[in-house]
Design a protein around this ligand. Sequence first.
Ligand code: MG
Length: 383
Amino acid sequence: MAKRRIAVLGCTGSVGTQALDILALHADRFEVGLLAAHRSAAPLAALAEQHRPAAACLTGAETPPVLPPGTQWFHGDDGLIAALERTAPDTVLNAITGAAGLAASEWTLRTGRTLALANKESLVVAGDYLMALARQHGAAVLPVDSEHCAVFQCLRGESPAAVRRVLLTASGGPFRTRALDTFDAVTPAEALRHPTWNMGPRITVGSATMMNKAFEVIEAHWLFDLPATAIDVVIHPQSIVHSLVEFVDGSMLAQCGVPDMRVPILYCLGYPDRLEFAFEPFDPVRWRSLEFLPCEAERYPAVALAYDVLRTGGDSGARLNAADEVATAAFLAGEIPFPAIAATCRAALADRPPRPIRSLADVLDADAEARRFAARMTAAAAR
Ligand code: MG
C-alpha cells in the first residue's frame, strides 16, 4: 500500500505537534511531505530533522533554518503554495491559526485533495466559497475540530434528511461559574487557563469568550449543510461528550471520550480507517456523572454573533473573525477589558450591511476593513 503523504501546516503549534506524534506512530501508513510554520524557525528545524519532509516552509521569515539534506526550503505565503504544489500531498492538515489559513484550504480544495481542517477560520470567513470549491473538485473536508469530528462520526452512513438537530458541546471555559459582575476584572492569565483542553492562546481565549463556539456554529453550518435553527450549543463541563446528533426518529447519537485532540486528528488522517492509538479510556463508572447546562446568553454574548452571521451571510463571517483576532490581541496585551472582545465584534458586524463574497480578494478586503475598524475601537478604549 502506498503511504499517504501528509502536509502539516502549523506544524509547531498544538495540533501540528500532536499530529506529528501520531504520524510517527503510524510511519508504515504515512509520510510527512511538507512541514510549514509561521515564524518558529528552531522548532521547525527540529521537526524537520525528526520527520525528514521533502519540503519545509516558514510563511513569516526569509532566513532558512538549518534543514536536513533532502528537505527543500520555501518561505512566504507564495512559498507555502509553491511547497504544496511541489510536494503534492494526499492530505493537507491545516492547523494554521486564524484567517492566514485560508489560502492553503483554498489550494487543497481547488486541487481536489483531502483537507483535514483544524483551521475553523477558513469556514468562518469563506465557508460558502470553500464548500462550493470542494463540491466542484470532489475534495473531502474532514473536520479535526473535536465537536465536528464527533458530528461527522455520528453522521457516517446517515441521510441528511434524517438529521433533525446537532448539539455542539462546550466546556463553558474558565468563567462558567464566575460572577457576571466581575467580568471587567478578568485578566489574560485567567482567560488562558482552560479547564479541560490544552490548546493555543487564541483558541483558549476564544473558549473563555465562547467566540470559539460561535465559530463552531458557523463551521457546523457549512460542513454539514445545516440551517442555523438546527444547530444548538449546550454546556458540558467535563468535555467527555464531544457533540450529539438528534435524528427525526427520536434517536440521538453522541461521540464520547476523554478529551485528547490526538483522537480526532488520527480519525481524520486515517479516514475511512480507524487506526490503533494508546488512548486513555473513558471509564463511565469512574466519572459517575456528566453534566449538561444551558448556554447563558449574558455570560457568553459571543455565541449569538454566530447566528447573526448565519442570518446576514456575505462577508460577515470574515468581519467577525478579523474583529475577534484584533480584539483578542488587544485583550491579551492588557489594552481592553475582557467583555470588550465580544462588544468589539458586535460593533464590527453592525458597522455596515454584508457584501457578497465572490473571490478570496473579497474576503481579504472584508478582513482588512474589519481589522481597521476593530483597531480604531480598541485603541480608543485603551486611551
Ligand atoms: Mg472545538
